[in-house]
Design a protein around this ligand. Sequence first.
Ligand SMILES: Cc1cc2nc3c(=O)[nH]c(=O)nc-3n(C[C@H](O)[C@H](O)[C@H](O)COP(=O)(O)OP(=O)(O)OC[C@H]3O[C@@H](n4cnc5c(N)ncnc54)[C@H](O)[C@@H]3O)c2cc1C
Length: 447
Amino acid sequence: MRVAWQHNHEWESALRHLAIIGSGPAGYYTAEAAQKQWGDDVRIDVFDRLPVPYGLIRSGVAPDHQSIKAVSRRYEGVALSDNVHFIGNVTVGEDITIAELQGLYDAVILATGAPNDRPLGLPGEGLGNVFGSAAFVGWYNGHPQFADLGPDLSGKSAVVIGNGNVALDVARILAKTRAEFEGSDIVNHALERLDTASLDKIVILGRRGPHQIAMTPKELGELGHLSRAWPHVEPADLPPEAADAALDPGQRKSVTLLRQFAAAGAQGKRLEVAFDFFASPRAILGDGTVSGVEVERTRLEGDRAVGTGETYVVPASIVVVCIGYQTSPIPDVPFDEKAGRFANEEGRIAPGLYCVGWARRGPTGTIGTNRPDGFAVVENIAADLAPGSDKQGRDGFDRLAEARALKVVRFSDWKKIEDAETRRAREGAPREKFVSIEDMIATTRNQ
Ligand SMILES: Cc1cc2nc3c(=O)[nH]c(=O)nc-3n(C[C@H](O)[C@H](O)[C@H](O)COP(=O)(O)OP(=O)(O)OC[C@H]3O[C@@H](n4cnc5c(N)ncnc54)[C@H](O)[C@@H]3O)c2cc1C
């Protein structure tokens, strides 16, 4: 039941109007937390610049990891609640300003993630066929921004820079055969291109050693079960086995897998996925298009990699840089340039303006890490907001959207897009995604 408060001699509703910007995990966990906090006394509008929800669950998580993508069903449960509305195809900072949103909502929560690649900062980074992982992953996952990337996979050798799970995803996708994508929702344009690839070596470069990898056992273990590719670890790169005892259990499992890879060898497989540890990229080489990566051998001082002065060149016909992400700045929102995210104190940016998820803490942690984040920001909002609201919420937004002729996509429209994607899926695949915003919007009109 709605409560009414007497405030400044007027009766005001205790209803809160929240605008959550971003429909990824952080956005929907925040919506879930707000429902728990205020029950019927909250109206939540979840904005996204795309006409489709779920952020990196749709466009980041690997297409051959469908069980992980299934978390979107939980967000759908939240999205379908009466007091939660999806407002897709609206870019905050372009279609509507932060000040306008703050005029309409009691709290604006930025859950915009970290969609831009962190630059490597090395000569040659702009050469052809060198991609950041946001672009490359977006390409094989059908993100409209990267659908036309067109990586050239006709060469023999790929270099993947980074020693985290994203580097593993990229190497695995490059290594798989067509048959191994069965049941995945990899988009057709990527499947076709990967199918004609003739790579015979993929090198994963890491500045530090096996004990410092940020790869989890499940993802690492998959490399040992590919049909044509084999993981190659140099036994000499592995620390003495006794040193593994000091690792936490997850990391110890990962290192054990690396030891197994070192012992197993090629086993008749032809595509080598080589871990080049203690290898710090110094320059991307090439003339117009990439031909190699100049690398300096490192050694560890404590946990830090320091150069030894010894350099060598790793041949590369394609390079994918997987070293992390940055948030996109939004006009008038304080930004921490060094950290690459919004400037905030535990999610508070300014009165009535908050951030959550990767936009708050940077690109670390798993999907689940965003849940406590969402609950924490709602606790802060609850502590900050005075009771009562004179904001217009969605009614005000709808008027503004009409005046600006914004092509807003509602959750029911998304369900039409989803249905159409399911219907046009190739056999065995859960969906064939639309990769252009125009096609997505046309689908909402056609049915
Ligand atoms: C390649 C890759 C693979 C991953 N695989 C896994 C995995 O297997 N398991 C796991 O646990 N975690 C995985 N993660 C991590 C996980 O995806 C993140 O923890 C999570 O998505 C972060 O949630 P978020 O809501 O902060 O950001 P996002 O998921 O990025 O969502 C941000 C949303 O904001 C929207 N947006 C951005 N700017 C605007 C704007 N100006 N106006 C309106 N909307 C905007 C975007 O369109 C997007 O929908 C992976 C990450 C990557 C990059």
